[in-house]
Design a protein around this ligand. Structure first.
Ligand code: MTE
Length: 318
């Protein structure tokens, strides 16, 4: 995935907000008597403090269980891709600097019900959370199987009510180089952007995840809400989303803009189509030395193959 090797940004671990500092901030807000109250101006912005997303652990939806061992939690949460915090896999400590409280999300563009809303309120409006076991296949040929908590992305479409002209859902990650040192690397086109065709977004598998392993989402895995589209290479599953935008045209995604000859818009998993620099027919299971065969659409052919009928294969699988 790494495209250009430059002197990497380093933030020393003691720069990350540690729990004591974080707790004292909450304690301060509580002592000041403003916990849970949105202030309209002044010292803090209009949504200075919000309720956390609740409902963990959520009930497992047994329609989405699979015949692979679940990846150890420690592996899924310490081997992560989150370029905002650097291109190494072990950036989980750096990601603790991300402040997810409050977390405002904007829904705009071609829809009847645009809004700017706190993440927890947005989730509440989308119905009960559930847990699903999905395979995750990174374009770098490693894979994991994890229990995600969240809500179907289709519920966001219902809430926003896209206009008939809207054909794509464009999603954007936060932009704040003061907490995310990777965003000071100006050769990347920040903020991270991804998109889905609206029928892909409405597919039953498309999921807005709020948690992992029965708990709220760790920051390094994309707190407080991220996309999970398990039939596509992992880079489509955008983390820490702040914006959902309904558009007529497909966006140019972060990786397309970074290296358009290696990463396309659809990025559907296909073991028969190698990446420009490596094969894609097998994958390493995270936390093990085991390699297994990669499956067409990552094993989700039944649910998604119909979305691409009649389309030229050369645009669907890279
Ligand atoms: N989202 C953002 N904003 N930034 C990223 O660097 N990396 C992607 C995807 N979403 C990424 C992102 C890639 S390449 C993968 S494989 C998955 O997140 C990794 O998810 P995980 O770290 O939770 O396993």
């Amino acid at each position: 995935m790494l495209i250009r090797k430059r002197p990497s940004w380093h933030i020393s671990e003691n720069h990350a907000t540690d729990e004591a500092v974080y707790l004292s901030r909450r304690q301060w807000l509580k002592t000041a008597g403003i916990a849970g109250v949105g202030l309209s101006s002044g010292l803090l912005n209009s949504a200075a403090f919000s309720a956390p997303i609740t409902g963990f652990p959520a009930k497992r939806n047994t329609a989405y269980t699979i015949d692979r061992d679940i990846t150890a939690e420690v592996d899924a949460t310490t081997y992560t891709n989150f370029y905002e915090f650097g291109s190494a896999k072990n950036i989980w400590r750096k990601a603790q600097k991300l402040n997810t409280d409050p977390w405002m999300v904007t829904i705009d563009g071609l829809c009847d019900n645009p809004m700017t809303i706190d993440a927890a309120d947005l989730i509440k409006k989308m119905g009960d959370m559930e847990e699903r076991l999905y395979r995750h296949r990174c374009v770098e040929a490693w894979a994991m199987t994890v229990p995600w908590t969240g809500v179907p992305l289709a519920n966001l479409l219902k809430l926003a009510s896209p206009k008939p002209e809207a054909k794509y859902l464009v999603m954007e990650t936060f932009l704040d180089p003061s907490v995310a040192p990777g965003q000071k690397q100006s050769w990347y086109p920040w903020p991270y952007v991804e998109g889905l065709r609206l029928d892909e977004a409405a597919n039953e598998l498309s999921f807005l995840a709020t948690g992992l392993y029965g708990r709220e989402m760790p920051k390094q895995n994309g707190a407080p809400i991220r996309l999970v589209v398990p039939w596509k290479y992992g880079f489509k599953s955008i983390k820490s989303i702040v914006k959902f935008h309904f558009a007529k045209e497909a966006p140019l995604s972060f990786w397309q803009e970074t290296a358009g000859n290696e990463y396309g818009f659809y990025a559907n998993v296909n073991p028969g189509v190698p990446h420009k620099r490596w094969r894609q027919d097998t994958e390493r299971l995270l936390g093990t030395n085991e390699r297994v065969r990669t499956q067409m659409f990552n094993g989700y052919q039944e649910q998604v193959a119909h979305l691409y009928e009649g389309m030229p294969h050369n645009i669907l699988y890279f």
